[in-house]
Write a new protein. Structure first.
Length: 158
């Protein structure tokens, strides 16, 4: 398994190759526009603004897996994220994070951690070169001290 072999399209149609992020810290999150946790887009954007220049990459994967709370098209998701939350980090095409037709990155993350998303806004933090992978559920705010301390630690590692 190698998470860096994955290539995705954004909701705007751009290509994202994870191989470009091998020396970066990744925060991967499954999102939904109609969820009670959708306010976390604001917190994710704050984290993005604070840490992108230091080497953190946030990748959001919209999914309709939980409560059918992401029914929109990629275009609708892009518009929502931009107009409601001014999101500037990459939002990938809507995909399946659990079950049939599962996004291959999520399959790998679940296999590596033993932790499977069970609701929207579950997060995986991956250290440089996939050195550390940690799972956080929706209850943990993206700007929570446990996440920012781990991100700071991972950004300092070679």
């Amino acid at each position: 398994m190698n998470i860096y072999n994955n290539v995705f399209k954004t909701v705007k149609g751009d290509t994202i190759e994870l191989s470009n992020f091998q020396n970066k810290v990744l925060l991967i999150v499954n999102t939904a526009s109609n969820c009670g946790w959708t306010w976390q887009y604001d917190e994710l954007e704050k984290l993005h603004q604070a840490y992108q220049s230091k080497g953190l990459v946030i990748l959001a994967f919209p999914s309709n897996n939980f409560g059918e709370q992401e029914p929109g098209s990629n275009e609708q998701i892009a518009e929502f994220c931009s107009s409601k939350f001014n999101v500037t980090f990459p939002i990938l095409e809507k995909s399946v994070v659990i079950g049939d037709n599962q996004n291959p990155l999520y399959k790998e993350l679940i296999d590596l951690t033993g932790d499977q998303p069970y609701w929207n806004f579950n997060k995986y933090i991956i250290g440089k070169n996939a050195s550390v992978i940690k799972f956080y559920d929706q209850e943990v705010n993206p700007t929570d001290k446990t996440i920012t301390e781990l991100v700071n630690l991972l950004l300092q590692q070679d």
